[in-house]
Design a protein. Structure first.
Length: 344
């Protein structure tokens, strides 16, 4: 379902879109805040407009990268900023016409600078670094920004993907039965804005015969309830072989068993390899919140389990230092991935 982001993320990424606007718009009124903007389906507002120079938008690097979960460091001696997120390291020295994403050189259309104490760099560069999709909708003079990488909704009957939410809109292509898409938002009772796996953003009919969106929406609510309940135990100590039904300590499978039972009244077996026999199997590229992830551990094909929390994160426990915690679903875990099961 829709990926939820905090207000700070929305405000920062509002600036990110401005460099993607048609030139006529960016030059027409650089302080206009009435332009409808949607980040992962949520309408945004912003307080400070970007700075336009030579037709390019300069935006504050720190605000955008930190909103995306990156750590930002500034070296005053070299006037260099470094942003780190997972395996991405972005570096830029003020005044240069190049930046670096890891070892790859990124050419800049205009040099960054410091304005009012903020490091400002061209917006398109940030967008490319973060990998977001930005779509300008001419029919409504609005912008969609999507950072989705999950495709949770299945096409039940072939349906046209259009460039506007009406039957007179241009058909981008026919989406066939069984293809998975991501629903960005409900435009109205009749139309959905969606993203396809080939990174195309468009609109399709919200009629129930075309997709399983209604059932996914119900599942999304259950997933939110499940994860909200599980998050109450963040930091609870890890203990291998922890007793079932108590909350002083958990191991990976007793935690999953407990939260499914208490939050959703779903009974699961005590150990992970038996839990993996329940539900239905889900491929990695069709994961949605609330799916249960299983991994090899301790020489076993299935020896660890966690709950997929959406946005590329896992809620689980295995560490005495961290206890129950969220963790990024990185390559470290994908190499150990065994299967995913959908329990509701």
């Amino acid at each position: 379902m829709k990926i939820k982001n905090g207000l700070q993320t929305g405000t920062a990424l509002m600036l990110l879109l401005m460099g993607m606007l048609p030139a006529a718009i960016t030059h027409a009124d650089t302080t206009d805040t009435s332009l409808p903007v949607y980040l992962n389906g949520h309408p945004l507002s912003f307080e400070t407009p970007p700075v336009i120079e030579d037709g390019y938008s300069l935006v504050p690097l720190r605000a955008i990268f930190e909103a995306e979960g990156a750590k930002v460091a500034w070296d005053d001696n070299t006037r260099t900023v470094t942003a780190t997120k997972n395996d991405i390291v972005f570096t830029y020295r003020i005044g240069d016409m190049t930046a670096y994403k890891n070892k790859d050189q990124l050419d800049m259309p205009i040099a960054g600078k410091i304005i009012d104490g903020s490091t400002m760099i061209p917006l398109r560069l940030i967008s490319e670094t973060l990998g977001n999709i930005v779509k300008w909708h001419e029919y409504s003079r609005s912008i969609t920004i999507s950072s989705a990488n999950e495709y949770e909704t299945k096409i039940e009957y072939g349906v046209n993907l259009r460039d506007t939410p009406n039957t007179s809109g241009q058909v981008l292509r026919m989406i066939p039965k069984s293809e998975n898409i991501h629903v960005i938002r409900e435009v109205d009772a009749n139309w959905l804005e969606v993203q396809t796996k080939d990174k195309t953003i468009g609109f399709l009919s919200a009629a129930s015969q075309y997709t399983d969106y209604a059932s996914v929406a119900s599942a999304d609510k259950k997933a939110d309830d499940l994860l909200a309940f599980g998050a109450k135990f963040l930091g609870t100590p890890y203990e291998f072989g922890a007793e079932s039904g108590q909350t002083k300590t958990f191991d990976c499978s007793s935690f999953v068993q407990y939260v499914f039972k208490q939050a959703l009244s779903i009974d699961l077996p005590r150990v992970s390899y038996n839990q993996a026999l329940k539900g239905t199997e889900v491929p990695l590229d069709e994961l949605r919140k609330g799916d249960v992830l299983f991994f090899d551990a301790r020489g076993l094909d299935i020896g660890h389990v966690g709950i997929y929390a959406g946005d590329g994160r896992i809620l689980h426990t295995y560490s005495k230092e961290q206890g129950v915690h969220y963790e990024d679903f990185t390559d470290k875990w994908k190499k150990r991935f065994a299967t995913a099961r959908r329990m509701f």
